[in-house]
Design a protein around this ligand. Sequence first.
Ligand SMILES: Cc1cc2nc3c(=O)[nH]c(=O)nc-3n(C[C@H](O)[C@H](O)[C@H](O)COP(=O)(O)OP(=O)(O)OC[C@H]3O[C@@H](n4cnc5c(N)ncnc54)[C@H](O)[C@@H]3O)c2cc1C
Length: 423
Amino acid sequence: MNVLVWFRRDLRVNDHPALVQAAALGRVLPLYIADPADWLAPGASARQWEFVAETLTGLRADLAALGAPLVVRCGPAAQVIARLSRSYRIDRVLCLHRPGSPVPPGVEELAPDAPLPPPALTPVPGIEPGLIPAARALGMAADTCPHRQPGGRAAGLALAESFLAGRGADYPASLVSPIGGERSGSRLSPHLAHGVLSREELRALLPGALPSRAARGLIEALRQPLAPPPALTGGEGGHLAAFAAAETGLPFVDACLRYFRATGWLNARGREMLASVALHLLDLPPQGVAAVLARLSTDHDPAILGPQIAALCQPSARIANPVRLGQEHDPHGRFTRRWLPELAAVPDDHLHAPWRWTGAGRVLGRRYPEPLCDPTHAARAARARLGSPQRAWPERHSAADLVLIEDAVMRPRRPSAQLSFDL
Ligand SMILES: Cc1cc2nc3c(=O)[nH]c(=O)nc-3n(C[C@H](O)[C@H](O)[C@H](O)COP(=O)(O)OP(=O)(O)OC[C@H]3O[C@@H](n4cnc5c(N)ncnc54)[C@H](O)[C@@H]3O)c2cc1C
């Protein structure tokens, strides 16, 4: 029997029930399809493809070592499968189930994440493996991500090892701040999103490897379900382009966006803040916000991003105040100044709300944009729009916050194309 195994977001040979079943049934044709419908979609970006392409190179070598190298083809998935099935007398097509990734008729889906060793493979003979295309060949726009994490199983395993061997000891603390976790977070998300490592594999490594609070935290994260992405409303609109360009005029937001753009990664709190600001303070359309965040993420996973955006649209979601979050988590501006050097002259006290600084005229509207909104007023408007007593984030007002908020209310309106204060 000839069995085609279709690799999608499960780019590994370990813990792969479809590969194991195919090997037991007969000759195997392992296939990856670069479908332009996926790679030219609004949430796709070259950083994601480049991570996948690096991973495919490793996967091809791993499969070759087992006996059947990876075949790569471009085109609509259903057509590619039908063509190969005709040409190579394929009897069955197997893949792993993935929430929100439907399969064409005739493709059998198996449950993922069973702990299984890689099987020996007998290849379907006479098939040309095919080139792994460059992002440009797929028609994707250039995408500069100088600190992108490298793809491939070796890189994923090295990351897991350094996390388990020590980096992860401060894991729970790293989750509190929007800018935490570069060192003590796992940063395994691209490897998990593209299935280079299985969740099962990581769960098995954890007990005993980390202080128990850290291990529990990661196990908890790995337990979060994947779900079919819900339909989100709206596309382009409002100040979406300014948000995408990291030009909101809200320094902590723009610094996080620039960091995300340069690295392809941001921790969960950071993504939550960006989404909350975009959806509530800037009143941007959910589908457009999701597409901007997706393109920034090497780990873009519709089965996580979609449900997260939908949850943040709920009336009960907390509304982020990026001025107060910046003051709390980056009081001296080490992070913000690094990513926004144009704010070097702004004193610490005003860094996260430079429009309240007496020297603002020297910087705003010249080297750095005027803010698109005043967070306090915009949060009030969002609450009114959604008709609910939403939770603020951070929740408590310190004395300093109250002074700043009062400052904002007392400050006269400044003429600007971008200011939208409701003073
Ligand atoms: C608005 C928003 C968008 C997000 N978009 C994505 C995305 O496209 N891809 C993505 O992988 N994560 C996404 N997340 C979840 C989270 O932010 C990232 O998984 C995390 O920042 C990755 O860093 P890490 O690997 O160090 O995570 P860790 O904290 O080490 O977590 C380990 C793994 O657990 C899984 N995980 C974590 N949070 C969730 C969750 N809420 N639901 C399901 N699984 C989870 C991920 O695979 C992650 O790699 C999003 C979160 C928010 C708030």
